[in-house]
Design a protein around this ligand. Structure first.
Ligand SMILES: Nc1nc2c(c(=O)[nH]1)N[C@H]1C(S)=C(S)[C@@H](COP(=O)(O)O)O[C@H]1N2
Ligand SMILES: [Mo]
Length: 265
C-alpha cells in the first residue's frame, strides 16, 4: 500500500492560495507575452533597418526577405522542375478558336515583316539577324495546352513554331545554351522577360509564329512570340525583338513590379 505521507507526496509547506496562483500565472503569461513582443519588435526593427535589395531586377524588398524568397524559389524549382516532365497537352480540336487577347506592351499594332528581324546577341559579341522566312524553314513544332495568366484566366490554345531547343542547335548557340538565363525584349524594349535556361530549353518551349491555322496577328505577338508552357502568361513575351544570354538575371518587366521572377507553373 502506498504511504501517503512519504516525502514525495508531502503537501507543500506554504500552499499557495487560489489568488496567489492566479497572480503567478498572470505574471508568467505576461512575461512570456512580453518576451515574444520584444522578439517580434526586435525582428521587425532588424528587418526594417536592413538594407533594401539592389534595385533593378525585382521590386524593392528588404534583403533578408528577398533572400528568403529566393531560397523558397530554388527549393520549389528543384522540387518541381524536371525537363522530362511535360506540361499536359490536349487534342488540337479542343483549342479555342477565338483566343483571348491580353495586354500589348511593346507589341501593339502590326510590325511590317520587312522591318523585323530577330536579333540574337551571341556571347562572342556577334549579333545574328534572322528573318521569319528563315525560322520557318526549321522543323515545325506544335502544341495544344492550357495557357494560364496570373490574373486568373486560362484557355486551351494551339501554337506552332520552332522549338527553342531546335533553334539553339540550328544556329549553333551551344555556348549560349550553357548560360543561366535567356533575356527577351520587344523591338521597342518596352516589354522584357528573363527566362532561366532550363525552362527555355524545356522541350515544349517554342518560338511561335502561328496560332491555330494562321500566322500570328497583331494581337498575339506577330511576327514571333515566346510560348513557354512551364510558365505563366507574363513570361510569354509577344513580338520578340532581341534575345540575349547571361549568367545574371536579365531585366524582367513584371518582376520589377513585384511579381515572382520565376513565375513557373
Ligand atoms: N509584348 C508583350 N508581351 C506580353 C504581354 C504584354 O503586355 N506585352 N502580356 C503578357 C501577358 S500578362 C499575357 S497573359 C499574355 C497574353 O497573351 P495573349 O494576348 O496572346 O492572350 O501575353 C504576355 N506577353
Ligand atoms: Mo497575363
Amino acid at each position: 500500500m502506498k504511504n501517503l505521507f512519504s516525502k514525495k507526496n508531502k503537501a507543500p509547506k506554504n500552499p499557495l492560495t487560489v489568488e496567489q496562483k492566479i497572480k503567478r500565472r498572470n505574471f508568467i503569461s505576461f512575461a512570456v507575452f512580453g518576451a515574444y513582443a520584444a522578439g517580434a519588435y526586435g525582428g521587425w526593427r532588424w528587418l526594417y533597418k536592413s538594407p533594401g535589395e539592389t534595385p533593378g531586377i525585382t521590386a524593392g524588398a528588404r534583403k533578408p526577405l528577398r533572400r528568403a524568397l529566393n531560397k523558397t524559389e530554388l527549393f520549389f524549382r528543384r522540387l518541381t522542375f524536371n525537363e522530362n516532365h511535360l506540361v499536359k497537352t490536349y487534342p488540337r480540336s479542343m483549342a479555342a478558336k477565338k483566343i483571348r487577347h491580353n495586354s500589348d506592351i511593346g507589341s501593339e499594332g502590326v510590325m511590317p515583316p520587312e522591318y523585323w528581324k530577330l536579333q540574337v546577341k551571341k556571347i562572342s559579341g556577334e549579333t545574328l539577324q534572322i528573318t521569319l522566312d528563315e525560322l520557318m524553314t526549321l522543323p515545325r513544332t506544335g502544341i495544344t495546352y492550357d495557357f494560364k495568366c496570373v490574373e486568373g484566366w486560362d484557355q486551351i490554345s494551339h501554337w506552332e513554331g520552332v522549338s527553342f531547343r531546335d533553334f539553339m542547335t540550328h544556329f549553333k548557340l551551344e555556348a549560349e545554351s550553357k548560360m543561366d538565363y535567356a533575356g527577351m525584349e520587344t523591338p521597342d524594349k518596352q516589354y522584357y522577360v528573363g527566362i532561366d535556361m532550363p525552362s527555355a530549353m524545356h522541350p515544349q518551349t517554342l518560338l511561335a509564329y502561328q496560332m491555330n491555322d494562321e500566322l500570328l496577328n497583331g494581337n498575339h505577338g506577330q511576327p514571333l512570340r515566346l510560348i513557354i508552357p512551364v510558365k505563366y502568361g507574363i513570361k510569354n513575351l509577344k513580338r520578340i525583338g532581341t534575345i540575349t544570354f547571361s549568367n545574371s538575371r536579365p531585366r524582367d518587366y513584371w518582376a520589377e513590379q513585384g511579381y515572382d521572377y520565376y513565375s513557373g507553373l
